[in-house]
Design a protein around this ligand. Sequence first.
Ligand SMILES: *Cc1c(COP(=O)(O)O)cnc(C)c1O
Length: 460
Amino acid sequence: MDIRTQKTFEALFALEDIRETLRQRLPNITSPEEENTIKESVNRVRKILDDIENYTGTPEVRKIADNIDIRSREETNINIQPIQAAGRLTPEARKALIAYGDGYSTCDACRKPFRLDKISSPPVAPFHEQLASFVNMDVARVVPGARRGFQAVASTLVNKGDSVIVSALAHYTEFLAVEGAGGIVREVPLNEHNLVTADATAEKIEAVKQETGKSPVLVMIDHFDYQYANEHDVKGIAKVAHQYDIPFLYNGAYTVGVRPVDGKSIGADFVVGSGHKSMASPAPSGILATTEEWAPKIFRTTQMTGDLTKRKFGVKEVEMLGCTLMGSTLLGMMASFPTVKERVNNWENELKKSNYLIDGLLAIEGSKIVSEYPRKHTLSKVDTIKSFDLIAQEHKRRGFFLSDELSSKGIVGEFAGATRVWKLNTYGLSWDKVRYVVDTFQEIAEKYNIHVNREENSND
Ligand SMILES: *Cc1c(COP(=O)(O)O)cnc(C)c1O
């Protein structure tokens, strides 16, 4: 870690120590010892600030609570890790984490009817309305990850033995949500371009009906899948699902929060998004949005009465287990939301950077793109079997030579040791960083005598 980053963390930690003294004192009274502690801490912070300014000092704090390393991956590197890119926090989210870190911090002003999505201070209730309109649906809830959105829907709609249509590229959490509800996944095969089509979905529904004598109870398809990040025809698939009277769940884990999503125009009955994957939010967070028609079923309230006490918990929603994201996770999500709402309008520029980087990799002789091309997403799968892997075969570090080379240039996040088929994500990288990454890959290639076709790459 560079000393500036190190010292920035030390300053933040030292300020937290001051904060702790403020928390310990009596209301409005600071004892002489406390004054002293604060003074000492302030002096420490001052010294650290000088170090930040002048690149001086040596690391003094290496761990949090003795055994937790400081994570400075984003401060000290360009991170091209496939699933982390769009979950990086905004500065506002990091501030919210600091201010709302205490356990049930959202509950200070919780009033009747005592439910998370009804809280008006902080503005949790309005946030829920904004979330619903953000994806153009009627009602939304926050959930601990997209997976919990799938789970809520599956647990409502799927009974034992029911079939659920997913794709041959479905995420494992879709499998698990269906399994948990007692259902059975039935996968739509891909076409020759690794795409899920409406026709193939219709055929699969027919096949399942033939075989089981029963219609599938849910169609759940990823707009962009996690393997290739290819775009699938969700609108056409939703239409097919509705022709068979089957509800459609739009999996927007890789879209909600990075590009515009219009649930109504897609024809989605449910829109699921991932906060920590695509909404610059802390984990675990996500959204589940639905229509007026489905909301009463998915967000049904408890009907149970205690046999002894006769207690009832009225408005608590069964699938949400009452309340979901009770503290800084939600506040972080809310704090990022204004930025997230804006940034989806920048998607075209993100795609330009994505394609620029892929073109730069393709200029390295022997490299291929496995995802559809040109790219419609910032996540891509590339094949460097005939380029970087040829070097790995000969190199004493094997596949790790590439991660060694990259990390020495401050680039991390490609799967360490992988030089065959691997994924990367350019989301949110500045043009300067994208150019730097391309230049670095090409320089590594040339260092090992792989030809780089510079012409193809000179059009920016
Ligand atoms: C990441 C991902 C998920 C899981 O999202 P969580 O928010 O972590 O539950 C689901 N589906 C797809 C397609 C994904 O890429």
